[in-house]
Design a protein around this ligand. Structure first.
Ligand SMILES: *[C@@H]1O[C@H](CO)[C@@H](O)[C@H](O)[C@H]1NC(C)=O
Ligand SMILES: *[C@@H]1O[C@H](CO)[C@@H](O)[C@H](O)[C@H]1NC(C)=O
Ligand SMILES: *[C@@H]1O[C@H](CO)[C@@H](O)[C@H](O)[C@H]1NC(C)=O
Ligand SMILES: *[C@@H]1O[C@H](CO)[C@@H](O)[C@H](O)[C@H]1NC(C)=O
Ligand SMILES: *[C@@H]1O[C@H](CO)[C@@H](O)[C@H](O)[C@H]1NC(C)=O
Ligand SMILES: *[C@@H]1O[C@H](CO)[C@@H](O)[C@H](O)[C@H]1NC(C)=O
Ligand SMILES: *[C@@H]1O[C@H](CO)[C@@H](O)[C@H](O)[C@H]1NC(C)=O
Ligand SMILES: *[C@@H]1O[C@H](CO)[C@@H](O)[C@H](O)[C@H]1NC(C)=O
Ligand SMILES: *[C@@H]1O[C@H](CO)[C@@H](O)[C@H](O)[C@H]1NC(C)=O
Ligand SMILES: *[C@@H]1O[C@H](CO)[C@@H](O)[C@H](O)[C@H]1NC(C)=O
Ligand SMILES: *[C@@H]1O[C@H](CO)[C@@H](O)[C@H](O)[C@H]1NC(C)=O
Ligand SMILES: *[C@@H]1O[C@H](CO)[C@@H](O)[C@H](O)[C@H]1NC(C)=O
Length: 497
C-alpha cells in the first residue's frame, strides 16, 4: 500500500516545476557549482514549502549543491533529481545543535538533515546526499592509522560537545511519523547515517547507503525506540553497524521487517541491543528475511548490554552470511551469528531477558563460529534449523579470533579455540538439520563442532559435523551432497520472496 502511494507521489513530482506545488531551490538563489554556500537559499525554499497549505515538493535539480544543516518540515517531499548532489558543508557554524536522545554519544547532535516532530516527509529521487566525511580535502579526517586500517575522525570543538562524536549525524528523524526514504543514495556520513528516534511508520525502499568501511561510528540505519518499520530492497555498506536496532529508553520497539537486503559492515551487519540506564522497553516482533551479508566482521549480533526489558520473537531466515576477521580495533571477531546477554560493566547492568530467537535456512561462512551465551540470566528458547556453517581462514590478520564480549565486564576478550557453535547458559536450545564443516588448511586453533555448556531443554536432531582431517572421501562426498540439497532448498526460498 505504502509502496503504491509512494509511486503515486512519484508521478506527482513529474508535474512541471511551474506549478505551485514544486519549490525549486534554484528559484531561491541556490547555485549547483559545488562551492557556493546554499544554506540560506535552501532554508528559504523549505520555509516557503512549509508555508504552503498543501503537500509540496522541494526540488534539488541536477548540480552539486553545498549547504549547511537543513530541517525538513511536514508534508514535504524532498526530491533529488538525477545527477543532483546535496553536499554537507564542513563549516561547523552552519549546523544547529539539538539535544541528543542517546546517552552514549555527545549531549548534542549536529544533524545535517533534521526531521523533528513532523509527518509525511518523503526523501525521494535518483540523486545523492553526500555527508562529506572524507571528501577532498578530507574535512573530517584527522588521520589515517595504517596499523588498524582506520580513518580517525576530527571532532568539532563546539559548545555542548563534552566527549566523542561531535560530528554531524547525516539524517536525524525524531518524534515523527509517516516518513519514507526511497531510491536515493546516501553516502559518506561522518557519523551515523540515518537515525530514527521515537518515531513510527517508517519505510526505507531501494535506498543505497555507502559509508567508508574504515570509518568508526559510521552506522547505516539506527532505529532507536521506534516502531512499525519496513526496510527493504536496499544496499548498505558501512564501517560500523549496517542496521542497528537499539533501545535507549522506556518505549517499546516492535513490528520491524527487514527484507531483501545486501549488507556489508566492519562491525555488525545487523545489531539488536539495549544500551542505556533506562532502556526498559520491550523489543519484539522483528523479522529479517532474504538478506545477503558479505565481507563483514560480524553478521547478526543480538547483544543487549545495559538496561532491562524483554527482547523476544525475532526471526532470521533465508540468509547468506560471510564474516572475516578485521582485527581487534573493531568489536567482533568474525562471528556469523552472535547472541549474548551480558552486562556492560560492573555498574552498568543488563537485567532483561532474551527469548524466542529463531534462525532458519541460513548458509554461513566465518573465521569464527556462532557464539550464543547468557550470563546472569539464561537465554531462553533459541533455535537453529537448516543451517550450514563453514569455518575457514582467509583474512590477513595474524592473531586468531578470540571470544569477544566487548563492551562487558572483565574479561572482555578470552583466548579460546574456535568452535562451530559455542553456547552457554541457555534454557531451551534447539538444533535441527545443522551442517558444520571445518575447512582446510587445518588451523591449530580449530576446536569442536559443538561446545555446549549449562544448557537445559536441549533438542538436537540431524547434526552433521565434519572436521577437515577426519574426512574420508566417501563421507566427504555425502556431506557435499547434503550441502547441495540445502543450497537448492535455500535458492528456492530466496526465489520465493
Ligand atoms: C506564506 O504564505 C502567505 C499566503 O499564502 C504569503 O503571503 C507569504 O508571503 C508566505 N510566506 C513565505 C515566507 O513564503
Ligand atoms: C499535513 O497534511 C495533512 C493532510 O493534508 C494535514 O492534516 C496536516 O495538518 C498537515 N500538517 C502540517 C504540519 O501542516
Ligand atoms: C562559515 O559560515 C559562517 C556563517 O555563515 C561564515 O561567517 C564563515 O565565513 C564561514 N566560514 C568559512 C571558513 O567559510
Ligand atoms: C523539535 O520539536 C520540539 C517539539 O515541537 C521543539 O520543542 C524543539 O524546539 C524542536 N527542535 C528543533 C531543533 O527544531
Ligand atoms: C576549543 O574551543 C575553546 C573555546 O572556543 C578553546 O578555548 C579551546 O582551546 C579549543 N580546543 C581545541 C582542542 O581546539
Ligand atoms: C507494521 O508496520 C507497517 C509499516 O509501518 C505498517 O504498515 C503496518 O500496519 C504495521 N502492522 C501492525 C500490525 O501494526
Ligand atoms: C508483527 O509484524 C508483522 C510484520 O510487520 C505484522 O504483520 C504483524 O501483524 C505484527 N504482529 C504484532 C502482534 O504486532
Ligand atoms: C545492491 O547493489 C548491487 C550492485 O549494484 C545490486 O546488484 C544488488 O541487486 C543490490 N541489492 C539490492 C537488495 O538492491
Ligand atoms: C519458542 O520460540 C518460537 C519462535 O521463535 C515460538 O514459536 C515458540 O512458541 C517458543 N516456545 C516456547 C516454549 O515459548
Ligand atoms: C547455569 O547458568 C545459570 C545462570 O547464569 C546459573 O545460575 C547456574 O548456576 C548455571 N549452572 C551451571 C551448572 O553452571
Ligand atoms: C590479504 O593480502 C593480500 C596480499 O596483500 C591481498 O591481495 C588480499 O586481498 C588480502 N585479503 C584480505 C581478505 O584482506
Ligand atoms: C557474568 O556475570 C558475572 C556477574 O555479574 C560477571 O562477574 C561476569 O564477568 C560476567 N561474565 C561475562 C563474560 O561478562
Amino acid at each position: 500500500m505504502i509502496f503504491l502511494i509512494s509511486y503515486f507521489l512519484f508521478f506527482l513530482h513529474l508535474i512541471p516545476a511551474e506549478q505551485a506545488t514544486t519549490f525549486n531551490i534554484v528559484s531561491y538563489g541556490a547555485k549547483g557549482d559545488g562551492v557556493t554556500d546554499n544554506t540560506e537559499a535552501i532554508r528559504k525554499t523549505l520555509l516557503a514549502a512549509a508555508n504552503y497549505s498543501l503537500a509540496s515538493t522541494v526540488l534539488i535539480p541536477a548540480g552539486d549543491f553545498l549547504t549547511g544543516s537543513l530541517e525538513i518540515p511536514s508534508n514535504v517531499t524532498f526530491y533529488l533529481a538525477r545527477n543532483a548532489i546535496l553536499r554537507a558543508s564542513d563549516n561547523e557554524s552552519l549546523y544547529s545543535p539539538i539535544p541528543s536522545m542517546t546517552s552514549d554519544t555527545s549531549p548534542f547532535d549536529f544533524p545535517f538533515l533534521l526531521v523533528n516532530n513532523s509527518h509525511n516527509v518523503y526523501f525521494q529521487g535518483e540523486g545523492l546526499i553526500n555527508g562529506g566525511a572524507n571528501s577532498p580535502p578530507g574535512h573530517l579526517v584527522r588521520e589515517y592509522q595504517p596499523s588498524s586500517n582506520m580513518l580517525m575522525p576530527k571532532e568539532w570543538n563546539l559548545t555542548g560537545c563534552t566527549y566523542f562524536s561531535c560530528r554531524p549525524k547525516l539524517l536525524l528523524i525524531r518524534h515523527s511519523h509517516s516518513i519514507e526514504i526511497s531510491e536515493i543514495t546516501i553516502a559518506n556520513s561522518a557519523f551515523w547515517t540515518v537515525t530514527v528516534v521515537e518515531s513510527e511508520n517508517i519505510l526505507f525502499d531501494k535506498v543505497t547507503i555507502l559509508g567508508d568501511r574504515r570509518w568508526p561510528n559510521n552506522d547505516g540505519i539506527d532505529l532507536i525506540n521506534t516502531r512499525h518499520v519496513i526496510i527493504r530492497n536496499s544496499n548498505i555498506s558501512t564501517g560500523d553497524d549496517s542496521i542497528a536496532i537499539v533501545s535507549h529508553g522506556p518505549s517499546s520497539m516492535f513490528n520491524i521487517t527487514v527484507e531483501n537486503m545486501d549488507l556489508q559492515s566492519t562491525s555488525a551487519a545487523i545489531k539488536v541491543s539495549a544500551f542505556d540506564e533506562d532502556a526498559s522497553g520491550n523489543m519484539y516482533n522483528m523479522t529479517f528475511r532474504d538478506i545477503r551479508i558479505t565481507d563483514s566482521n560480524r553478521g547478526i549480533c543480538v547483544a543487549p548490554r545495559w538496561g532491562s526489558g524483554i527482547i523476544s520473537d525475532i526471526l532470521f531466515e533465508q540468509m547468506n552470511i560471510e564474516t572475516r576477521y578485521f582485527g581487534l580495533s573493531w568489536w567482533g571477531t568474525a562471528e556469523p551469528i552472535y547472541v549474548t546477554g551480558l552486562s556492560m560493566s560492573a555498574n552498568r547492568h543488563w537485567t532483561g531477558k532474551l527469548r524466542n530467537i529463531q534462525f532458519r535456512n541460513i548458509v554461513a561462512q566465518g573465521e569464527q563460529g556462532f557464539m550464543i551465551r547468557g550470563n546472569t540470566s539464561l537465554l531462553e528458547n533459541i533455535s537453529f534449523e537448516n543451517v550450514s556453517l563453514t569455518i575457514s581462514r582467509w583474512s590477513n590478520v595474524t592473531e586468531h579470533p578470540l571470544y569477544d564480549y566487548r563492551p562487558s565486564e572483565e574479561p572482555q576478550l578470552i583466548d579460546a579455540l574456535v568452535d562451530g557453535i559455542f553456547a552457554q547458559d541457555i534454557n531451551g536450545l534447539s538444533l535441527e538439520n545443522i551442517f558444520i564443516e571445518f575447512k582446510a588448511p587445518k588451523q591449530k586453533y580449530y576446536g569442536q563442532c559443538l561446545n555446549l555448556n549449562n544448557i537445559t531443554q536441549k533438542v538436537e536432531s540431524n547434526i552433521q559435523c565434519r572436521d577437515v582431517v577426519s574426512l574420508s572421501s566417501s563421507s566427504k562426498f555425502l556431506f557435499r551432497a547434503e550441502l547441495m540439497f540445502l543450497f537448492v532448498l535455500l535458492k528456492l526460498f530466496t526465489n520465493m520472496v
